[in-house]
Design a protein around this ligand. Structure first.
Ligand code: PHE
Length: 446
């Protein structure tokens, strides 16, 4: 059977940007930055994005394209004993999907909420009540998950490319409008300051700084879709002529832009209505209703906005699902539909635990973390760094930088920049940084 391919590099770029841009930017970035010192977090994030994000993104795409295989078999093709690197990714993808779909369900709920009305009473309290319910959020989660299963069943280029082409430009426009409105709220400049001007009082000890660095690294991996085998998988459908080096610059810049716009839309509202930026995972759903209230046609805009967030979430979720499904198809020769359905059932079930963490199970903790927090910790702070670390070793030493460069330059067709730096980062700096941050995060945990 001929392997599927993107229709063009633009198709790939859209799909990869679609994978990167998602709840990580719109939902997670504002609340993680909010809880970890604002501007100081941003500075650390930028450094880690350049040092870890770009080289790892490049490596994943190159490994995928040179082997034309799913994440596990691609790593195996480079070294027979190293399939586990892709394996950690596929497992991580399943874990992320399980809770990603819960948040995706919240987005779906808010879309319909605004379609038929608006949250009654205080928006923050409304969200707390909704997310604490038992059955309703689980039903939305199932709805979101099934939509992803359906899209992935249709196959890569047909399903994934089409969705991304449409909504990404619309998302940028909608965010810009939201940012402008958010700026008009009284007191909103405090939010801008919080995001762009470092304030030493947010970091009072080395421990604080350590936490910020750990969180920022997790966020770089999460937001860029690195370490989960998704970019290996997407890269495997890529044509030999695509310019990987350009992709590795364009995708992070675009991803960062969306995260900054989301932060600039949400944090000013938070300050304007006197919420705390550290309020946590409900920030997106609690702060923005205040902008919608003040806007002309605010309700219609809210419907459009949540539709766009929904698409952003779907295009990321399907990239995670594709990473699992591609493995099941290649290795076990399952039909695409069967593979999508069975992996769907698995992540949906696992997601129940995360959904209940906000209500019925909110008191059930293990080492102080709820089920949901464990899933986030396992994916962002354990599996992604492990995947990233071993990917550096696999590419930097076992495959070797010359092979990487040959692939990236499409056999000499493209002129490459900063190859020495790339070599140093992949072989020394990145694995060292990831290892140190990983050990610090585990030590802080136990
Ligand atoms: N990058 C996606 C987001 O920001 C999430 C994701 C993580 C997707 C890992 C694929 C792999 O929402």
């Amino acid at each position: 059977m001929k392997r599927e391919q993107w229709s063009s590099n633009l198709g790939f770029l859209l799909a990869a940007a679609g994978s990167a841009v998602g709840l990580g930017n719109l939902w997670k970035f504002p609340y993680i930055a909010g809880s970890n010192g604002g501007a100081i977090f941003l500075v650390v994030y930028l450094i880690l994005l350049a040092l870890l994000g770009v080289p790892l993104l490049l490596s994943e795409m190159a490994v995928g394209r040179s082997t034309h295989k799913n994440a596990i078999d691609a790593c195996k093709a480079i070294h027979p004993k190293w399939g586990f690197v892709g394996g950690a990714g596929v497992l991580g993808a399943l874990i992320i999907l399980s809770y990603y779909s819960v948040i995706g369900g919240w987005v779906l709920k808010y879309f319909f909420l605004y379609l038929f009305g608006a949250p009654d009473g205080d928006a923050a309290a409304y969200f707390d009540q909704f997310s604490a319910r038992t059955a309703e959020p689980i039903l939305w989660h199932i709805g979101f998950g099934l939509i992803c299963v359906l899209i992935v069943s249709f196959g890569v280029s047909k399903g994934i490319e089409r969705v991304s082409k449409l909504f990404l430009p619309m998302l940028v426009v909608a965010l810009v409008i939201l940012v402008i409105y958010a700026m008009t709220l009284p007191g909103s400049m405090q939010g801008v300051k919080f995001l762009f001007f470092p304030d030493r009082t947010h970091v009072t000890s080395i421990g604080d700084l350590g936490t910020i660095i750990v969180r920022a690294m997790g966020q770089v991996f999460f937001s860029m879709s690195i370490g989960m085998g998704t970019l290996i998988t997407y890269g495997s459908y890529l044509d030999k002529n695509a310019n990987l080096q350009k992709n590795a610059i364009v995708i992070p810049i675009f991803d960062l832009l969306i995260a900054l716009l989301a932060g600039l839309a949400i944090l000013p509202c938070v300050f304007s209505v006197g919420m705390e930026p550290t309020a946590g995972s409900g920030l997106l759903f609690q702060a923005l209703p205040h902008v919608f209230e003040t806007m002309h046609f605010g309700r219609a805009f809210a419907v459009l906005f949540f539709a766009l967030v929904f698409f952003a979430a779907v295009t990321s979720a399907i990239s995670l699902l594709e990473s699992i499904v591609a493995f099941l198809i290649d290795r076990l020769h399952w039909k695409r539909q069967t593979a999508a359905l069975l992996s769907g059932a698995t992540f949906l079930l696992l997601g129940f635990g995360s959904s209940l963490s906000f209500g019925l199970w909110s008191d059930r903790t293990f080492l102080g973390l709820r089920f949901f927090d464990w899933m986030v910790f396992l994916s962002d702070n354990v599996l992604m760094p492990i995947g990233g670390f071993f990917l550096c070793i696999l590419v930097g030493y076992l495959w070797g930088v010359p092979n990487l460069l040959r692939e990236v330059s499409s056999g000499g067709r493209y002129h490459l920049h900063a190859t020495r730096t790339l070599r140093f980062v992949l072989r020394v700096l990145a694995p060292l940084m990831i290892a140190v941050i990983f050990v610090v995060s585990l030590a802080a945990m136990f």
